[in-house]
Design a protein around this ligand. Structure first.
Ligand SMILES: C[S@@+](CC[C@H](N)C(=O)[O-])C[C@H]1O[C@@H](n2cnc3c(N)ncnc32)[C@H](O)[C@@H]1O
Length: 250
């Protein structure tokens, strides 16, 4: 069962974010809907590493509200397919970007084997118990030799305390072993990516402030805020860090 704080963050706040964007305007959509901490530089690194081009069929596993996939469609002309288990997030992504969305878990992807050209999975694995099941399913639906781009939150030590509710951060070594064990070759990685321009951060923050103004007294909002603060503290203390990974299906 999904932890209440995660349901709040990934479902309730996801839906409210779409409302906020509709109120603020279209140019807020992508920054507000990138909810796995990917920014333009990180997304560009992943898109170039995965050699995305116009027409690439890109599966985004745990796509959330769809910001990264919409960014890839807008900048690289890919044809995204979003997979996301949270119903409100799916509705929000369809509403904001009109992209095709499948409501499903990464551990059971309802697609034919070898049917996608590339996959992304951004900020998802640390929220999932059975990471090998998700990676194995991504492996099955990718065609041989296809790229997988990951944004992963990795732990410095095997146990992170106090972990935000529902999070299970792998260490860098555990993640590398998981990838190898599920049939991926690790091509390249960069640590601690970051540095969104102010114009992007301001739009994301304004959308978050609009959500807070409308729902700040809601329990789901408080839970999601606490979850975010806990992650920020661990990042600042160096207990966890962001990593971008380019791997390839064997
Ligand atoms: C931190 S958010 C990242 C969302 C999106 N990838 C982004 O970068 O904006 C993590 C997402 O993973 C999704 N998720 C959680 N468990 C999952 C699972 N078993 N399979 C696929 N997605 C999952 C959550 O619902 C949530 O939308």
């Amino acid at each position: 069962m999904i932890a209440p704080a995660m349901a709040a963050e990934f479902d309730d706040v996801a839906g409210w974010t779409a409302d906020a964007v509709e109120h603020l305007g279209e140019r807020y959509a992508i920054p507000a809907a990138c909810r796995g901490s990917a920014d333009p530089a990180g997304l560009a690194w992943l898109a170039e590493a995965c050699e995305l081009t116009a027409g690439t069929r890109l599966l985004d596993v745990g796509a959330g509200v769809g910001g990264p996939a919409a960014w890839a469609a807008e900048r690289f002309g890919v044809r995204p397919l979003l997979l996301e288990p949270m119903p409100s997030a799916c509705r929000a992504a369809a509403r904001l970007f009109g992209l095709p969305v499948v409501t499903a878990e990464g551990g059971r992807i309802p697609l034919r084997g070898g049917s996608v050209d590339a996959a992304w999975c951004l900020g998802v694995l640390d929220t999932v118990q059975d990471k090998a099941a998700v990676l194995s399913e991504i492996h099955r639906v990718l065609r041989p030799g296809a790229p997988l781009g990951l944004l992963a939150v990795v732990a410095r030590h095997p146990t992170v305390l106090p972990a935000p509710e529902g999070n299970l951060f792998p260490t860098g070594r555990e993640l590398a072993e998981l990838l190898t064990g599920t049939g991926f070759d690790l091509i390249e990685r960069i640590d601690r990516p970051g540095g969104a321009p102010l114009s992007w951060t301001r739009r994301a923050e304004r959308a978050a402030a609009t959500v807070a103004a409308a729902h700040g007294t809601d329990r789901a909002h408080s839970l999601a805020v606490r979850q975010g603060q806990s992650l920020t503290r661990l990042l600042a203390a160096g207990e966890i860090s962001m990593r971008l990974i380019h791997s390839r299906r064997r």
